[in-house]
Design a protein around this ligand. Sequence first.
Ligand SMILES: CC(C)(COP(=O)(O)OP(=O)(O)OC[C@H]1O[C@@H](n2cnc3c(N)ncnc32)[C@H](O)[C@@H]1OP(=O)(O)O)[C@@H](O)C(=O)NCCC(=O)NCCS
Length: 142
Amino acid sequence: MPDPIIRAATADDVEPVLALWQAAADDVDRPADTSSAVHALMTRDPEALIVAEEARRIVGTVVIGWDGWRGHIYRLAVDPSYRGLGVGSRLLEAAEQRARDQGCVRIDAIVRDGNTLAHRIWTREGYERQARWSRWVKQLDA
Ligand SMILES: CC(C)(COP(=O)(O)OP(=O)(O)OC[C@H]1O[C@@H](n2cnc3c(N)ncnc32)[C@H](O)[C@@H]1OP(=O)(O)O)[C@@H](O)C(=O)NCCC(=O)NCCS
């Protein structure tokens, strides 16, 4: 049973995190990740990107964003060979604790309707799908 270190990511983690996302994240209908975007996130909030490290490898990630109003969870992903072992739950617990510590009382995640694998962990961890609301998205020009 893995017992990963759960910690904030550092600059050295950026490339391994991008590699993990390529192999493990749900990337449907979203722009490609870039190293500069991850560095920008870490500059804005050094504790937003949380990683699970096992045997010196990054095996899971989650991003907890706090804008002063709500908490948002992004990029929950676990290496396929480490799934079903509680790593995802550990990451979510860490993200929720970070949100609580900042005074956040409501938290959400954008979850693809077809991603039934993910629905299980969100449901088990107490998240409820809001059927009457949809996400409206606009891509901003640079
Ligand atoms: C969704 C995802 C992050 C879950 O990660 P995970 O590490 O497998 O999650 P957990 O191990 O905490 O929970 C998964 C299952 O393992 C079981 N589990 C949890 N802790 C366990 C433990 N200590 N021992 C054995 N099994 C355990 C859970 O019961 C759960 O099973 P369930 O489906 O019956 O609820 C992972 O499947 C993933 O990376 N998917 C692709 C990316 C993705 O879709 N991300 C979510 C975007 S919204």
